[in-house]
Design a protein around this ligand. Structure first.
Ligand code: SF4
Length: 435
C-alpha cells in the first residue's frame, strides 16, 4: 500500500510570488485568544491590564458570562494610571492579591498586556516575576502581550504559549545531548485544540501505536509536558511561530506536516507524527485509511454544493493557507486570492506545495487595495474579519467570518464535514435570501 498522502507534489506554490502589502489593516487584537485559551486551560486565569475598550472587547467576544465564575478579567487602567499619577505596579499587586484570595482554584495567572499598558510602558514581566515569587508555590504568574499594535488576533495564543515554554519541566536527561536526541522520541502536539478533538487525536495516535502523546497547552497545569532533545512536536495551528522557536531553543524538533484540516490534511498530519516516532508508514496508512474514507464520504455532499465556487480570503486568522488547500483540493473551490497576515514559509512549506499552481497569494494588508481587488473579482464567497463582513454583505457579497474558524472545532477527520459546512451555510443563506 502506498503512503497515505503524496506530500511532495510536482506543482504547487512553494516558490510562488507573494504580494506583500503594508498598509491599513482590519484585524482583531491578540486579546481575542483569551476566549479559547481560558476554556482550554481550566486552572489558569487571564488578567488583562488594559482599558475599558479591552474589557469590552473580550466580554463581547466571549459572550455573556454573568452566571459563571469567569477565568478572565480586566484590571482597568484609568486616567490617573495613564497620566503616571498612580503607581500602577502597586495597584496591580493589590488587584492580584484580592483575586487570588477570592479564587483558590487559580494555579496559573497570566498578566496580559494591551495597547494602553504598552503605551505607558508598564513592565508586566517585572510584575509577573515579583508576583510569582510572592504567590509561589501555589500560583505561577506569567505575562505576555495581547496588544493590537502590529499583531493579529491568533498571535495572542502564540504569545501565551511562548511565555509558558520556559517554565516547562526539563525532559528526561541523557548522558550526552547526542544520546538524548537519538533516544526514544516523544510526541508533543502544540496548539490549543477543543477537548473533543484532543481526545480523538489521542485515540488515533494510540491506534497507531503511540499511547503517550502529550498536548500543549494541557487542560490543567499539572499536565504541563516536559521538553527536551527527545521531544518531537507537531503543530496543530499554523500561527505558532514564536512557540515553535521557544520549543526548539529547548532542544525539541519540529515535524514538518500539513495541518490537520480536512481528510487529506488530517491523514498527512497523523502520518507525519507517527513516522517521526518510528511507525512504519505503510502500517499508518492501513490504520488511517478507514478514518480518511469516512471523512471523504462525509465531505461528498458539501463538494456537490461548493465545487467551482470562487473564494477570496482576506488576511485575518493565519489559517488561510491550510483552509485554502482543503477547500481547493477536497471541495473543488477556486481560489481567487489567499491573503494571510504572516506567511511562515517553513511551517507552511507542505501546505504551499499542495496549493494549486498559480494561486494568488498575498501577505499583510492594504485594506483599500485588497477591497478593490475583491470587488473587481466578484467572488462567490469572501472569508474576512468581522469589520469587513457587514459592509461587504451590504454590497451583495457572501461572507464567512474568519474568527468563527478559530472558535469552532475544525481539526481532524470527524470535524472535516463540520468545517466544510461553515462554507456551505453562508452560500445557502444567500440563496434563500435571493429566492
Ligand atoms: S489591546 Fe489594543 S486593540 Fe485590543 S482591545 Fe485593547 S486597546 Fe483595543
Amino acid at each position: 500500500m502506498s503512503p497515505v498522502i503524496p506530500i511532495q507534489v510536482e506543482h504547487g506554490c512553494q516558490d510562488a510570488p507573494v504580494l506583500r502589502e503594508r498598509g491599513q489593516r482590519e484585524v482583531f487584537c491578540g486579546l481575542t485568544g483569551i476566549i479559547w485559551l481560558h476554556r482550554k486551560m481550566q486552572d489558569a486565569f487571564f488578567l488583562v491590564v488594559g482599558s475599558r475598550t479591552c474589557a469590552h472587547l473580550i466580554q463581547s467576544a466571549a459572550g455573556v458570562m454573568i452566571f459563571a465564575e469567569p477565568r478572565f478579567a480586566t484590571a482597568i487602567l484609568d486616567e490617573r494610571d495613564l497620566a503616571g499619577l498612580a503607581d500602577a505596579q502597586e495597584e496591580l499587586d493589590r488587584v492580584v492579591h484580592r483575586l487570588l484570595e477570592r479564587r483558590p482554584d487559580i494555579r496559573l495567572l497570566f498578566l496580559v498586556g494591551s495597547c494602553p499598558s504598552e503605551v505607558i510602558k508598564l513592565d508586566l514581566s517585572r510584575a509577573a516575576a515579583r508576583l510569582s515569587q510572592r504567590h509561589a508555590p501555589r500560583v505561577r504568574v506569567l505575562n505576555y502581550s495581547g496588544s493590537g499594535i502590529e499583531t493579529t488576533f491568533t498571535q495572542g495564543e502564540d504569545a501565551c504559549l511562548a511565555a509558558l515554554v520556559p517554565t516547562l519541566p526539563e525532559g528526561a536527561a541523557s548522558s550526552t545531548s547526542a544520546d538524548a536526541a537519538d533516544a526514544a522520541p516523544e510526541l508533543l502536539i502544540v496548539g490549543a485544540l477543543a477537548d473533543v478533538v484532543e481526545d480523538q487525536f489521542r485515540r488515533q495516535f494510540e491506534a497507531l501505536g503511540l499511547p503517550h502523546v502529550r498536548f500543549f497547552p494541557p487542560r490543567h497545569t499539572g499536565a504541563l509536558p516536559a521538553i527536551g532533545p527527545r521531544t518531537r512536536f507537531l503543530l496543530a495551528q499554523p500561527f505558532l511561530g514564536d512557540t515553535a522557536r521557544a520549543l526548539e531553543a529547548r532542544g525539541a524538533r519540529h515535524i514538518p506536516a500539513p495541518f490537520p484540516l480536512g481528510a487529506e490534511g488530517s491523514a498527512a498530519w497523523l502520518s507525519a507524527g507517527a513516522t517521526a516516532l518510528g511507525v512504519d508508514p505503510d502500517h499508518s496508512a492501513r490504520i488511517i485509511a478507514p478514518w480518511r474514507e469516512r471523512a471523504q464520504r462525509a465531505l461528498a455532499p458539501h463538494r456537490q454544493r461548493l465545487d467551482g465556487q470562487r473564494i477570496f480570503f482576506f488576511p485575518d486568522s493565519q489559517l488561510e493557507i491550510p483552509l485554502a488547500r482543503f477547500l481547493a483540493r477536497e471541495l473543488g473551490l477556486q481560489l481567487v486570492e489567499v491573503g494571510t497576515p504572516y506567511l511562515h514559509r517553513a511551517h507552511l512549506a507542505q501546505e504551499l506545495a499542495l496549493l494549486p499552481a498559480g494561486t494568488a497569494l498575498s501577505e499583510g494588508q492594504d485594506v483599500e487595495r485588497q477591497l478593490d481587488r475583491c470587488r473587481a473579482a466578484r467572488p462567490d464567497l469572501v472569508v474576512c474579519g468581522l469589520g469587513l463582513a457587514n459592509p461587504l454583505e451590504a454590497e451583495g457579497f457572501t461572507t464567512k467570518w474568519s474568527i468563527e474558524l478559530v472558535f469552532t472545532p475544525i481539526h481532524g477527520f470527524d470535524q472535516a464535514a463540520d468545517l466544510a459546512a461553515l462554507f456551505t451555510r453562508p452560500l445557502q443563506r444567500r440563496q434563500r435570501l435571493a429566492a
